[in-house]
Design a protein around this ligand. Structure first.
Ligand code: ATP
Length: 515
């Protein structure tokens, strides 16, 4: 099945099985705003817990924070967001659709990459074991031509972006004959800058200024609390502050479901270090974060780093952790070495010293910062895409299939479904007793409707790792049938063994122990 079709199915599965709903749906929805439904919110909470515990519980020198969404407007001046948090936008006059000029050009670069890849795949098939990829790439005339065009475009694009040359961005779009996918025309407007911050009014903040912003990232809440946390927690460098919270960006092109939203959630950790040690810490956090992702068991090859060639003015190293979504490798998380930019800017704008006194070096300085920043929603989509699986179970000419979400058990919204074989003779009560035994630690579901087979399929579709069936034998010997989601194997176990089984297989601790 084409990857786009898989993605479409995934999106409708999210709605049909209570993971994600379009926001305000009865009023026809809102662009790029979504609500998490009964199963979605459980999965989301588990993802957040996996992140939070891996940061705050597993590191003695990382503490948490929950700062307000509204902050003093000068913060966004100091951080550079008021002046520079812009995307270049362009409209197509015929379709009236709006695009990000940089994204249109990046997609054009990706098209050259695809063409090169196609030639390589073709040649690989033709030449078999004797194929020398490097040699082929440097000598095949078609590939050499594509590579040269790609490089020239990439270079021209980087220069235009660095200089914020909007006219040049438009010219590139025209020269590359990039057309609007809707109208098919190149009838483009000028390129304009568009600030991504949402603003609103608040009763007088300071004289003459009552415009406040919805935060576009959670990081600044951490920076402005650096001194408070450091002093009250008596923190010594290196140390980190972690925060999970909502962020808002007025994205021009909101696409791909919850991949790019206008209201989303971030999990950010700012790690404060001695100047001069930041690149070592950057390397360490890069590795730590990749391990966290791969620990979910979705296949190491589905992740890669994308190191930034073009660095933001405040960064001296940056990389993205990318995952292979059905629509290609895309960023899930950023790891950035932000130097002392943010703390220094706040020091300048608030007029107060924001420094750390290093007792070993006997001097004060502004610490350097390594940031790890991951979107909860993007991580959610990553987990969903990796877990979604359509299986053909046809046997002996009888057609059968199932959709199963192969979540790591620790992230699954429902850990165990308990099902009485029939709705009478004390079986429902017994099933309820099993739930009562583990409900303080795990989210479990009681299900007595339809045949056992149908109930299994329903649980597969929401990724429940264990289904327990209570039957007449249960009343006699206190055993149940437990059915495993992935293998679909069934075994008879004692009810007393259930808590230990869940602890071993479905606890967040099982994930954390492997880190
Ligand atoms: P992109 O290039 O995709 O716009 P970014 O580089 O602007 O992302 P950062 O500012 O580094 O992203 O934000 C850190 C993380 O927050 C991203 O890796 C992503 O997971 C998440 N994120 C950013 N913008 C959005 C959004 N509009 N919707 C959902 N998640 C987002």
């Amino acid at each position: 099945m084409a990857q786009e079709d898989v993605f479409k199915k995934l999106v409708s599965h999210c709605k049909e099985y209570g993971f994600v709903f379009p926001s305000s749906e009865i009023y026809d929805g809102m662009g790029a705003v979504y609500d998490y439904a009964q199963n979605g919110v459980e999965l989301k909470n588990n993802i957040k817990r996996y992140w939070w515990d891996s940061m705050v519980r597993l590191h003695q020198n990382i503490v948490g924070l929950d700062s307000a969404i509204f902050m003093h407007p000068t913060i966004w001046k100091a951080s550079g967001h008021v002046d520079a948090f812009n995307d270049p936008l362009i409209d197509n006059r015929d379709s009236k659709k709006r695009y990000r000029a940089d994204v249109l050009i990046e997609e054009q670069i990706a098209k050259y990459d695809d063409k090169i890849e196609k030639e390589v795949t073709k040649a690989k098939k033709k030449f078999g074991d004797a194929f020398d990829e490097a040699m082929f790439k440097s000598t095949n005339p078609q590939v050499v031509d594509y590579s040269a065009k790609r490089e020239a475009l990439h270079e021209r694009f980087a220069v235009a972006m660095n200089a914020t040359d909007l006219a040049e961005l438009r010219q590139i779009i025209l020269d590359e004959k990039i057309v609007c996918p809707i109208s098919g025309t190149a009838n483009w407007t000028e390129v304009r800058q568009f600030n991504l911050m949402f603003s609103t009014e608040m009763g007088s903040v300071s004289e003459g200024a009552n415009k406040v912003y919805l935060r576009p990232e959670t990081a600044q809440g951490i920076f402005v609390n650096f001194l408070n946390v450091q002093k009250t927690g008596r923190m010594k460098l290196p140390f980190g502050i972690a925060q999970i919270g909502k962020a808002f960006r007025n994205e021009i092109v909101a696409r791909q479901f919850i991949f790019r939203m206008r209201e989303f959630e971030q999990m950010e950790m700012q790690f404060f270090v001695q100047p001069g040690t930041e690149l070592d810490w950057f390397a360490k956090w890069k590795e730590t974060r990749m391990k966290w992702h791969r620990n979910l068991g979705f296949g190491d090859d589905n992740y890669r780093f994308h190191d930034h060639e073009k660095l933001a003015h405040y960064a001296n190293a940056a990389t993205d952790v990318e995952y292979k979504f059905p629509f290609g490798f895309k960023e899930v998380e950023g790891v950035h070495s932000r130097t002392d930019f943010d703390l220094s800017q706040h020091q300048k704008y608030c007029g107060k010293k924001i420094q750390y006194f290093d007792t070993e070096r006997n001097e004060s300085y502004v610490p350097y910062v390594i940031e790890t920043s991951i979107g909860v929603d993007r991580m959610f989509l990553q987990v969903m895409s990796a877990a979604y699986c359509e299986e053909d179970l046809s046997k002996d000419g009888k057609k059968d299939s199932r959709v199963v979400l192969r979540f790591p058990a620790a992230l699954a919204p429902v850990k165990m479904a308990v099902m009485p074989l029939v709705k009478k003779d004390g079986l429902p009560e017994k099933a309820q007793q099993i739930i009562d035994m583990v409900k303080f630690d795990y989210n479990c579901q009681y299900d007595e409707k339809d045949s056992i087979g149908k109930r299994y399929r329903r649980q597969d579709a929401i990724g429940t790792p264990f289904c327990v069936t209570v039957d007449y034998q249960t009343l006699e010997d206190n055993t149940v049938t437990i059915r495993h989601r992935d293998s679909m194997e069934q075994e008879r176990i004692s009810i007393d063994a259930i808590p230990a089984l869940l602890k071993e297989k479905a606890d967040i601790g099982t994930l954390l122990k492997n880190l």
